[in-house]
Structures are given as structure tokens and as C-alpha cells.
Design a protein around this ligand. Structure first.
Ligand SMILES: [Zn+2]
Length: 238
């Protein structure tokens, strides 16, 4: 008689694993083995496939970061993509800037609402829509960073109003909020910068380089590198 097996069987039964052939002989029958396997599966599932140490309950899942974009700025609409820009203006949002985008982000990360409402850009675009991307405004939300007035692409000179890290960090949070609200997947055809529109969507633009350089991080160069960084950071905030 194997008391170890018997006590194991009793513990399994106590834990709710039925052992219909549980007998007094102490033979670890197939039911017992199956129950042990199931119990192990559950324990592993609880602590993750690579977990070690005693099984513990999972830490509370991280709370989704608080929404940066007020709910009333995100009316019900079917929107397909988010196109990110800079204004080529100053660090503050002017009336002119506000007329072209749904929302803007100033140098300190402050969010400013544009004049057109997002729903005006739902396809087909309605009168007063935000005209932010040539031939690509229907279904497109336009978000713009207030910066880069007087800048030059090559040789790179960010001018008097360089893009700030605060703006960028706010942008990735805003993009995450918009993706959640409008069920937009984070792909290079649905979350992209203006500089990627021509390549990724096949819509010709007029030498737009927002964003091919990030003034706060000169190591990131080119539309794809900037766009990939945008998508990775927005995704991490979803
Ligand atoms: Zn643009």
C-alpha cells in the first residue's frame, strides 16, 4: 500500500478532481494521473508557462491609462485611421492650426481641440471637415503637434519650435485613446504619420516630412522609423 499515493488522491478529491476509480489499493490509476496532470496544468496556467516558485494569484492587470482625450471630443463615427502631423507653426495652437486638425498638442503636452469635429471626416467627408491630408481626409482623424515652424529637413534644422518629448508622449497616449474609441487597429496603414501616407496608402503628397525626424531624438531617422516608434509606443498604452 502506498500511502503517499493515497494521500495525494485524497487531496485531489478535496480539490475537486473526481477520481471515480479511486480504490483502496493505492495504485495510481489513470484517473489519478489525469487529475494530477490537470491540476498541474491549472497551477501552471495560474502562474504562467515560465513561472517558478509557489503558485500565486496573478498580479492585478495594469489599469488602462486614464484617457487623455475628453469623451465629448470623440463622437460616434466610423473612422478608419489616424494621421499624425506637425503644424509647421509655433509651440502654441493658432486659430489657423485649429481649423485643419481634430486635435493639437502644444509644446508642454497640453491637448487643444481643433475646430472641426471628428464626425465631419467620417466618409463621405462633410462640409467643414478637417483638411489635413491631401485626398485622404475621409475616414481619417488628424492629430497635430504644434511645432517645427521654420524648420528644414536636410540639413536637418528643427528651427525655433522643435518637437518636444512631452508632445510626443502625449501623442502616443492620444493615439491609444483614439484607437480604443474607434476600434482602429495599430497598423502602418491605420496609424501613421503624414510622411508615411504616400508610401503606405499610395496617396501622393507634396513633400511632407512630418515625421521623418524627431527633434528630441535625432537617432530616429526616416518616415518608417518614426512611424514604427509611434505605433510601438501607442500600442504599449492600449
Ligand atoms: Zn501634415
Amino acid at each position: 500500500m502506498n500511502t503517499t499515493v493515497q494521500s495525494l488522491q485524497r487531496r485531489l478529491i478535496a480539490l475537486g478532481f473526481p477520481l471515480p476509480e479511486f480504490g483502496a489499493d493505492g495504485d495510481p490509476g489513470t484517473e489519478t494521473l489525469a487529475a494530477i496532470g490537470k491540476a498541474l496544468d491549472e497551477l501552471e496556467g495560474r502562474r504562467g508557462p515560465t513561472g517558478d516558485g509557489p503558485p500565486v494569484s496573478l498580479p492585478p492587470s495594469p489599469k488602462p491609462s486614464a484617457s487623455l482625450v475628453p469623451a465629448e471630443w470623440m463622437p460616434a463615427a466610423k473612422m478608419e485611421r489616424i494621421i499624425c502631423h506637425w503644424t509647421a507653426g509655433t509651440h502654441q495652437a493658432s486659430e489657423f492650426d485649429r481649423s485643419h486638425y481634430h486635435m493639437l498638442i502644444e509644446a508642454d503636452g497640453k491637448l487643444v481641440r481643433g475646430i472641426p469635429s471628428i464626425e465631419l471626416n467620417e466618409a463621405p467627408a462633410k462640409k467643414g471637415y478637417a483638411a489635413h491630408t491631401l485626398n485622404c481626409n475621409s475616414g481619417s482623424i488628424g492629430v497635430s503637434l504644434c511645432c517645427m515652424g521654420g524648420s528644414n529637413e536636410a540639413p536637418f534644422d528643427p528651427g525655433k519650435y522643435p518637437m518636444t518629448r512631452e508632445q510626443w508622449d502625449a501623442l502616443t497616449g492620444v493615439v491609444a485613446d483614439l484607437c480604443r474609441r474607434y476600434s482602429i487597429p495599430v497598423k502602418d496603414t491605420t496609424v501613421l504619420s503624414h510622411a508615411e501616407v504616400q508610401n503606405n496608402l499610395g496617396m501622393q503628397q507634396r513633400n511632407k516630412w512630418d515625421f521623418t525626424r524627431l527633434a528630441f531624438d535625432p537617432s530616429v531617422k526616416g518616415a518608417k522609423a518614426c512611424g514604427d516608434k509611434l505605433r510601438a509606443e501607442a500600442k504599449a498604452k492600449l
